[in-house]
Design a protein around this ligand. Sequence first.
Ligand code: GDP
Ligand code: MG
Length: 420
Amino acid sequence: MALPPAIRLMAIGTMVVFFYLCVQILQAPSSLSAGGKDAVKFSDMPRDPNLDPTGEPPEPLHRVSGNNYAPDNANSNRINATILSLVRNEELEGILQSMRDLERTWNHKFNYPWTFFNDVPFTEEFKKATRAMTKAEVRYELIPKEHWQVPSWINRDLFRESADVLKEQDVQYAHMLSYHQMCRWNSGMFYKHPALKDMQYYWRVEPKVHFFCDVDYDVFRFMQDRNKTYGFTITLYDSPPSVTTLWPETLKFLAANAQYQHPNNAMKWLTDKERRPQHNIDANGYSTCHFWSNFEIADMNFWRSSAYEEYFEHLDRAGGFFYERWGDAPVHSIALGLFEDASKIHWFKDIGYQHIPFFNCPNSPKCRGCITGRPYDGDAKLLKEDCRPNWFKYVGMGPEWTTVDAHVDLILKTSYPRII
Ligand SMILES: Nc1nc2c(ncn2[C@@H]2O[C@H](COP(=O)(O)OP(=O)(O)O)[C@@H](O)[C@H]2O)c(=O)[nH]1
Ligand SMILES: [Mg+2]
C-alpha cells in the first residue's frame, strides 16, 4: 500500500538526519594524541562538572532592590570594592568588549567602580570611550615608576641571556621585558597603589575576555559574607621552564617561615605528581597547577598580609620574575595554597567566562554564548591543560556546589585522565 506523501516525506527526513548523525559520530576524533609521553586518550575525556545544572550559591545573597545599588546613591549597599584592569591604550577595543560583557551580565545592576591602571597616561580617547560603557564611576590611575621599573638588582645581560634559553624552551614572551614587569606588578604591586588604599576587594578584568551568564547577586558581598579570600573560574598547568626555580625558592622561604603555613593548606594540590608527573619533575616539585589569574575576585588583605609580603619580597630578590618568567598566577596560587585556609578559596562555577582559549561555561539558563561544559576552544590537546580535577580531588568544589560534590569522587575515579 502506498504511503501518503506527508508520511513519505517524514520518513525521508528522518533517514537524512540519521545519516547525518552517523557521519558526525564517525568523524569525531578517536584520540587526543599530543604525541609520545603526553598522549591523552579521547576515551579518558572528563565528564566536566559544568555539565551538571548550576544555580546560584545558596541564600542569603545581596540583590538589587529599589535604588540600593544606584550609581549615585551615597548610601548604597556597595562595599569597598572595585573592578580593576591593567591595560594599554592600544587595547581600547579589547577592554570595551570586556566591559560590555561584564556590564551586561553584572555591573549595570551593581554599579561598582572601574579602576584602570597603566604605566603611561591614559589617552583622552581611552577615557572617553570607557566612560561611555558604564553608569558607574571610572578612575584612571598611573602606576608609580617605583612600582613598575625593573629592580636595581636585576642584571640586564643576565635577563637577555636567560630569555634566550627560555625561548628555546618555547616560553612565551621570554624577551618581552614589559611582560615580566606586568607579572611582577600583578604579583606584588597592584594592591599597594595609593588609589586602592581604601579598597578591600577587586575583580580583575583583562581586555578581550567574555562573560556569558547573568549574575544577579553582589559577588563582593558574597566574598565578605562567606569569609572568602579568593575566587577563581579556571585552573591550568603552567609551562614548567617558566617556573623552574619557583618551587625551590618557595621551599627556602618556608624553611625559614614555617609559621605562615595554614593548617588547612592546599600543599597536596600544589605538589601533586600523579596526574602530570613530568610537569612536577620539570618544575622541581610543583605541579604547576594554578588559578588562571586573568580572572580574580579577591580580598587584597591577603596580599597585604605579612606572610604574602615577605614571600613576595623573597621571590623578588631571587630574580625569577626576570631570569625566568614567573607569572602572577603561579605566585598567587602558591601563596594561597600555602598560607590561606583552602576553604576560603571559591570556585565561581556560576560565572561564565572566557579568556582565549579557555572557558568556564556552566549549565544554566542564565548563560548565553558558550558551550556548556566545554573548557577550551580550538585544538583538543588543550584539554590536558585543565587541572581542575586536582583542585576537586584535594580540596573539593566547595559547600556552595554540594549537589555536585556527591558526584565528584565518581567523576574523578571514572573519567579524569592521568596525564603523563
Ligand atoms: N599598561 C600596560 N598593561 C599591560 C602591559 N603588558 C600587559 N598588560 C596588561 O596585562 C594583562 C595581561 O597581558 P596579556 O597581554 O593579556 O597577557 P596574556 O593574557 O598572558 O597573553 C592585560 O590586561 C594587558 O592589558 C604593559 O606593558 N602596560
Ligand atoms: Mg590576556
